[in-house]
Design a protein around this ligand. Structure first.
Ligand SMILES: Cc1ncc(C[n+]2csc(CCOP(=O)(O)OP(=O)(O)O)c2C)c(N)n1
Length: 885
């Protein structure tokens, strides 16, 4: 039988005005009697019945969405702590010190380096409890948990790795000095978790607030997907994420909460470190972030575990018979709570416990020191363990643990609870000695003042304990692995003949892509590894046939008879469905893509995602998430469909993308292509698959696709290498008529505008000019190649070749005119690498988009055949004038 609720809880939730206290007491007593006699289940039933009754009579009553400001796990439900508390506390203290020393040292040496102490100071116990008891690494028995770390708490993770012997003292001395570290034979420790910079250490880049939270949800969902599709059993694995309460303000943090609940992701646990502060000040100075988050998460369907008070509050709550303590806590807004955190025991006695007599009585018998040391829940390992255990055991819902902590915990007057603590990275000698004393660190005054790192001997109980705990959990974390089996890809001709020998058939590159994808999905080896992802636009891209062919993934199968059940394109949801249909959420879809694109590393199972979307809503809309995926060494395809400024007639400003190739070019491991023809597309997809799945290189591909139908040529023999390197000669147009010494021009075009370039070439040839047309498949690959050649020259390398674009254009003549459906900066990126002495003119689609027909748009932006012709003629005239001058 459950113990009756403490009366303090009942009284704290009483309405302000009680018109009949005796009657209220009778109702309360009746409820308590029921609870005591028949238990919680029966009590829940009665409460539900009363709620229904109240609603039937339209009383307008709504249950309060906030539970009392106490721990969700009651003292009586708390499991016995399964470790050595004293050792774990000592270890956490040592890590606190080393983390602090790392940041302060770096800033003493170079004031500009930055770094944070206060965030980890608040999160240390939350991290440590996880490391010692919950976060499982990948070993032969367990495929490993995924852990997302609050980014600016990275020093604490390094401090642990130092004690584990995974990082050296030299490494710690090179915190935030990635470049200079190598000359000191150390590894530089990156500011925040960066898989790109520390590829065997960090798994998830979390430095951009909000991306860690949404990413963790989609990773958890992707694990379900792998399990349901019987590709990998992810049962027993969890995704843990430690995030900041300020970080919860990011739209991305919150945007997928309902998805996590809808999918019943009980493999997901978030720990929100509610230190009540962000960078500038309190998260909700005039309110209470924990109450707000509780309502939000509970409303979204999450299991909420509040971890508010440490064990030393248990006695206070037990003695709080009239609910004064709970009332006072409930009435304290976060700004005030922060002030209490920043002040000493005396201040708290006078100003918190001094609010009324009942409170003062509670504090009687406690010294100021004891009041000062009253722990918030997130600093008490026993309470944290109880909350984590409850979260790990919960079934059917994701869990959020709202952990109440103090920002800058233990930094004393130098930072605890101070407004400025987020950026505090300098501590004077008195502060250092105070910190040493506060955490009983075995350091002499001189060692403390000198910021010596501290590591107990290898055979000390602390270090042995640390290793034993990690061994029991499968090894060390964080750890990023890359071992995974190669996925063979089919031969290009076996699935892409329709594109390679298109024979002039009309189709759009989007149609060609969908056909390629459909064929690849049928390949017995590769097919199952493909993850098609859409954000509610499969029909727009002509992919509806895939609904039937491979199904849409749904953790619930299909519980309805679809309206179009008889159709060949019927909307089919299935537990083993392959398509991830993310609804109208580009942020969600890119998080999904990232989960699949990093599966080779996170799960040791290579998957190949193809995310197809309106190109405008990619790099522009979720560019930061793509950047994070790049940092995470994603491997997969992004397909920017309906791309360009002029191929999407009628859609206008918000839909017409003229810049995605410009942004894509800034991401070092993104290979971006703007193919004009289905055959080029097939070559690029084929080579990309091989590069990612067979050669296992950390690159991803961005390919733009168009919805404009036009005649598709065969692949020109020998063109494939040029397609991949960015450019090949499409056609030579001899001058028509009898003009023996025809003037010559060279035209470059990419994507949709290549068709305009070809028309222009025909018109120019008809006017007696010799024209060479080059299809540029990738401006950014050409520019990278050019830059590499230039750098080689500067470095004095004798084997530096000529830039590829210059090689290609070598036997062409006359001025070079480039036209694309993107801003001019895209073709401008190769200007420096053209053959010397050639004039170069670029046409592009700068400015805002418009709604109109393709023809009108191309005329408006000056990229239609007529204006390419006009530009070529003017360029020729100019060249000739200059030659004469
Ligand atoms: C997208 C983004 N915006 C801003 C920042 C800068 N920033 C880093 S930490 C931080 C405050 C974080 O506060 P909170 O989430 O409450 O974590 P705490 O440090 O308090 O634990 C800010 C604004 C960032 N890293 N990412």
């Amino acid at each position: 039988m459950n113990a009756p609720l403490p009366t303090s809880l009942l009284q704290a939730s009483q309405p302000a005005i009680d018109l009949d206290p005796q009657e209220t007491a009778e109702w309360q007593q009746a409820f308590l009697t029921l609870l005591a006699a028949e238990g919680a289940q029966r009590a829940h039933f009665i409460l539900d019945e009363l709620t229904r009754l109240a609603r039937r009579h339209h009383t307008g009553w709504q249950p309060e969405r906030v539970t009392p400001y106490v721990n969700s796990v009651g003292v009586e439900q708390q499991p016995v702590f399964p470790g050595d508390l004293a050792i774990e506390e000592r270890l956490a203290s040592i890590m606190r010190w080393n983390a602090l020393a790392m940041v302060v040292r770096a800033n003493q040496a170079y004031g500009e380096l930055g770094g944070h102490i206060a965030s980890y100071a608040s999160a240390a116990d939350l991290f440590e409890l996880g490391f010692n008891h919950f976060f499982h690494a990948r070993d032969s028995q367990h495929s490993g948990d995924l852990v997302f770390f609050q980014p600016h708490s990275a020093p604490g993770v390094y401090a642990r790795a130092f004690l584990e012997g995974r990082l050296s003292e030299q490494d710690l001395q090179h915190y935030r000095q990635e470049i200079s570290a190598s000359s000191a034979n150390a590894r530089g420790l990156s500011s925040y978790p960066h898989p790109w910079l520390m590829p065997d250490f960090w798994q998830f880049p979390t430095g951009s607030m909000g991306l860690g939270p949404i990413s963790s949800i989609y990773h958890a969902r992707f694990m379900r997907y792998l399990t349901h599709r019987q590709l990998l059993d992810c049962g027993g694995r969890k995704v843990w994420g430690v995030f900041g309460d300020g970080e919860m303000d990011e739209p991305e943090s919150m945007s997928a909460l309902t998805l996590a609940a809808r999918e019943g992701l009980d493999n997901l646990v978030w720990v929100v470190n509610c230190n009540l502060q962000r960078l500038d000040g309190p998260v909700r100075g005039n309110g209470r972030i924990i109450d707000e988050l509780e309502k939000l998460f509970a409303g979204a369907g999450w299991n909420v575990v509040k971890l508010l008070w440490g064990s030393d509050w248990d006695g206070l709550f037990a003695r709080d018979h009239d609910g004064a303590l709970l009332r006072a806590l409930t009435a304290t807004v976060d700004g005030q709570m922060q002030t209490f955190a920043a002040k000493d025991g005396r201040f708290n006695r006078d100003n918190f416990f001094g609010q009324n007599e009942a409170l003062a009585r509670l504090a009687q018998g406690m010294t100021d020191e004891q009041i000062d040391r009253l722990k918030r829940g997130g600093h008490d390992l026993v309470k944290i363990h109880a909350a984590y255990a409850a979260a790990a055991a919960h079934r059917g819902q994701p869990t959020v643990i709202l952990a109440h902590t103090k920002k800058g915990y233990g930094m004393g007057s130098a930072g605890q609870g101070k407004m400025t603590t987020h950026s505090q990275k300098k501590l004077d000698e008195t502060d250092l000695i105070e910190f040493r004393n506060r955490f009983n660190l075995p350091l002499s005054d001189a060692q403390a003042k000198n910021l010596d790192f501290y590591k107990p001997a290898e055979d000390s109980p602390e270090i042995q304990y640390l290793h034993a705990k990690r061994q029991a959990l499968g090894g060390y974390l964080p750890q990023r692995r890359t071992d995974c089996a190669v996925v063979p890809t089919p031969a290009l001709e076996s699935y892409a003949a329709f594109a390679l020998q298109a024979g002039g058939k009309e189709m759009s590159t989007t149609m060609a892509f969908v056909r390629l994808l459909g064929a690849l999905l049928k390949d017995p080896g590769l097919g199952p590894r493909i993850v098609p992802i859409v954000a509610d636009e499969a029909r727009t891209f002509g992919m509806a046939n895939l609904f039937k062919q491979v199904g849409i993934y749904s953790s619930q199968g299909q519980r309805y008879a679809p309206e179009d059940i008889g159709s060949v394109l019927s909307y089919r949801e299935a537990l083993d469905g392959q398509i991830l249909e993310e609804g109208i959420s580009e942020a969600g879809a890119i998080a999904s893509w990232t989960a699949a694109a990093t599966s080779y590393s996170v799960h040791g199972l290579a998957m190949l995602p193809f995310y197809i979307y309106y190109s405008m809503f990619g790099f522009q809309r979720v560019g930061d998430a793509i950047w994070a995926a790049a940092d995470q060494r994603a491997r997969g395809f992004l397909l920017g469909a309906t791309s360009g400024r002029t191929t999407l007639g009628g859609e206008g400003l918000q839909h017409q993308d003229g810049s995605s190739h410009l942004v894509a070019a800034t991401i070092p491991n993104c290979k971006a292509y703007d193919p004009a023809f289905a055959c080029e597309l097939a070559v690029i997809v084929d080579q990309g698959m091989r590069e990612m799945l067979v050669e296992q290189r950390d690159v991803f591909y961005y390919i733009t696709l168009m919805n404009e139908n036009y005649a598709q040529p065969d692949l020109i023999e020998g063109a494939a290498p040029g397609v991949m390197r960015g450019c090949y000669k499409f056609k030579h147009y001899p001058a028509q008529g009898t003009n023996a010494q025809a003037r010559a021009v060279t035209l470059l075009g990419s994507g949709a505008i290549l068709t305009e370039v070809i028309q222009a070439a025909e018109q120019l040839a008809a006017q007696g000019l010799t024209v060479d047309v080059f299809s540029v498949t990738s401006w950014s690959e050409l520019a990278r190649d050019g830059a590499a050649c230039e750098q080689g020259l500067l470095d004095g390398h004798s084997n530096t070749g000529t830039p590829f674009i210059a090689q290609q254009l070598l036997d062409s003549h006359g001025p070079v005119i480039a036209a694309t459906d993107y801003v001019r900066a895209v073709p401008e990126s190769v200007r420096a690498y053209l053959p010397s002495g050639r004039s170069y003119y670029t046409l592009g689609t700068d400015g805002f988009g418009r709604s109109d027909t393709r023809a009108a748009l191309r005329q408006f932006f000056g990229v239609d055949a007529a204006q390419i012709v006009a530009t070529a003629l003017r360029a020729l005239a100019l060249d000739q004038r200059q030659a004469r001058a």
